[in-house]
Design a protein around this ligand. Structure first.
Ligand code: HEM
Length: 196
């Protein structure tokens, strides 16, 4: 299955090519910046959830391949989050002052920005060397931040949508279910000590 990670990576990058093509051909509609922001935001969240689903899927099915693509999905999610943020910065004339003002004033943006900040150390420590350097336990604890990041991402989405709140609520339900599977499967079941 050496093809799996390259296939996931190429498949995960395809939307960037489509986005660039759509921008070039004017297919992004009357408000291309807004459309690109929405698309990259949705891709970030979907890829984060996909990377989060890998461990529960492995625990439930015993398959090993989900563990192999988890890192690629996480890095793709981070890439889309960075692109989402870059488009946002472009829309604000790359003014860090305007950006900070917005982050401090609009809770919707505060939450998205916090989610992005949480993803930075995870992306920086995604390599095998980091596991060795930090030690497995510390590395695992650090990478549990992904749950907080994805929850904040879903909240950001919920606050961001103007009309139908069903899609962000579905995301929130899926995230809660993934967290529950992981939590329940990981906890050792305590057996009552037998009197013998
Ligand atoms: C992990 C990080 C992030 C995730 C998962 C995420 C996800 C999303 C999603 C799903 C949407 C679509 C909402 C809708 O349909 O209306 C969205 C919109 C938006 N995001 Fe993010 N986002 C993240 C980070 C950020 C950051 C860092 C910023 C800026 C500082 C930001 C600014 C925006 C803005 C302004 C919109 C609304 C676009 C509009 O309605 O015109 N996001 N984001």
């Amino acid at each position: 299955m050496g093809w799996l990670v390259p296939a996931v990576t190429v498949g995960g990058l395809l939307p960037v090519a489509v986005l660039i093509w759509d921008a070039y051909t004017g297919a992004l509609g009357a408000n291309p910046i807004q459309r690109a922001t929405l698309q990259t935001g949705l891709l970030t969240l979907a890829l984060l959830v996909a990377s989060l689903a890998c461990t529960p899927l492995r625990l439930l099915t015993g398959w090993t391949w989900p563990a192999r693509i988890r890192k690629a999905l996480g890095l793709l999610a981070f890439g889309y989050a960075a692109l989402h943020f870059l488009i946002y910065l472009f829309d604000h004339g790359f003014s860090l002052g305007l950006m900070l003002e917005d982050v401090l004033e609009r809770p919707f943006v505060t939450v998205g920005f916090t989610a992005l900040l949480l993803l930075v150390p995870l992306a920086l420590t995604s390599g095998r060397n980091s596991v060795k350097r930090l030690g497995f336990q510390r590395w695992t604890r650090l990478h549990q931040l992904v749950y907080l990041a994805v929850a904040l991402g879903a909240l950001h989405y919920y606050w961001g949508v103007k009309q139908d709140h069903t899609p962000p609520l579905i995301y929130a339900g899926v995230i809660a279910a993934l967290f529950a599977v992981r939590f329940l499967k990981r906890r050792p079941t305590r057996k009552k000590a037998s009197p013998t």
